[in-house]
Design a protein around this ligand. Structure first.
Ligand SMILES: Nc1ncnc2c1ncn2[C@@H]1O[C@H](COP(=O)(O)OP(=O)(O)OP(=O)(O)O)[C@@H](O)[C@H]1O
Length: 349
């Protein structure tokens, strides 16, 4: 049986403007799942429904086999056995680190867990400090301790690393996985960073406009993006109209396609290794942007009104404004998406 089960969830803040549309998913015990999508797609709303801060307009949520949310019944947040970690830490400023860490502890076992977690996360020496005397990374570790000390079944994390610098973020990400595994806690993490979601989550739900585009493991998302949006947002891939790709293939290279049946207005995902660039004054691609990535260039070309992003070796240095010929590598494999893809879980009841 799944630990968390959401069934046909719909939610709005004002009638007619759905923030969530027909969301159904399961989370298995021990899993860390990510809610990934652009701003306003409904990630925080879904987290608030799971936490019990909002009551769904339709649908239900069960945790450990118990119904916790439906339009008729909404178990209060403090009785759900769910911990929360927020982007801005939300520590109590007038309590020291130990008082914050042990705030939700009800038993001696909870207190022992709080002590153990402080040691695990390397902040045990800072117990007597107040939140304003801690760095951002230390505050977020303390917030994690406070959320995990009462022994929740499920931890909800709302963009927990977004206020931290890159180095601390990378370190805390791997500490999070470790501490969740050691505590045997499952988690749902909101993020708008595809790299972060792919790096730490067991499964990732890609959301847009209140709907679910794909819910899959990071490997599956990369190998088989379900929609053109997933290919663009998660893989940062080049998704272009088929007509544009056919113009590239006219140079002679044949290319194979997988996915939906081809129609003239369908979109195509071309992976990085499908394409080659050559400087050519008669070429149809114009270099309109370039970024130095340290070990390669990231070039942005304009081609028939579309933008194409390509990474190329440092030796292939090109001036902005240069014209190039972009060709498909022989045997290149592309993935087709039908036009105006409807997300699998979308559709009004
Ligand atoms: N309290 C509220 N009252 C009215 N509308 C709201 C409220 N909270 C969120 N919304 C709307 O619901 C939609 C989903 O918002 P939500 O905060 O869930 O998105 P999000 O994906 O978490 O965005 P972000 O990444 O910017 O935090 C948005 O259109 C937003 O404007």
């Amino acid at each position: 049986m799944a630990l968390l089960e959401a069934t046909h969830l719909w939610h709005h803040y004002s009638p007619g403007e759905w923030a969530l549309e027909d969301i159904s998913f399961e989370l298995e015990a021990g899993e860390l799942i990510g809610l990934l999508g652009p701003s306003g797609c409904g990630k925080t709303t879904l987290l608030r429904l799971i936490a019990g801060f909002e009551r769904p307009v339709q649908g239900s949520i069960s945790l450990g086999g118990q119904l916790i949310s439906s339009p008729q019944r909404c178990l209060p947040p403090e009785r759900r056995g769910v911990g929360m970690v927020f982007q801005d830490y939300a520590l109590f400023p007038h309590l020291d680190a130990w008082q914050n860490a042990s705030f939700g502890c009800r038993t001696a076992a909870d207190q022992r867990r709080a002590e153990w977690l402080l040691v695990q996360l390397g902040i045990n020496e800072l117990k007597r400090r107040y939140p304003h005397e801690l760095s951002g990374g230390q505050r977020q570790r303390l917030a994690l301790v406070r959320a995990l000390a009462p022994g929740p079944q499920l931890l909800l994390l709302d963009e927990p690393f977004s206020n931290l610098d890159v180095e601390v973020r990378l370190r805390l990400r791997s500490e999070l996985r470790q501490v969740l595994a050691e505590c045997g806690v499952s988690a749902v993490m909101v993020t708008h960073d595809p790299q972060e979601a792919l790096a730490v989550c067991d499964r990732v739900a890609v959301m847009k406009d209140g709907g679910w585009h794909q819910y899959a493991s990071p490997r599956q998302l990369v190998a088989e993006p379900a929609t053109a949006f997933v290919a663009r947002f998660v893989l940062q891939g080049n998704v272009l109209p088929l007509s544009c790709i056919q113009a590239l293939a006219d140079g002679g290279a044949a290319f194979g396609v997988a996915g939906a049946p081809a129609t003239p207005d369908c979109d195509v995902l071309l992976r990085q290794d499908c394409l080659a660039v050559q400087l050519d004054a008669n070429g149809s691609a114009k270099l309109v942007g370039r970024e130095f990535l340290g070990d390669e260039w990231l070039y942005q070309f304009e081609l028939q009104g579309e933008l194409l992003r390509l990474k190329v070796p440092l030796e292939q240095e090109l001036e902005l404004g240069s014209f190039c010929r972009i060709s498909l590598q022989p045997g290149a494999k592309a993935l087709l998406f039908p036009p105006a893809v409807a997300a699998p879980a979308l559709g009004r009841s």
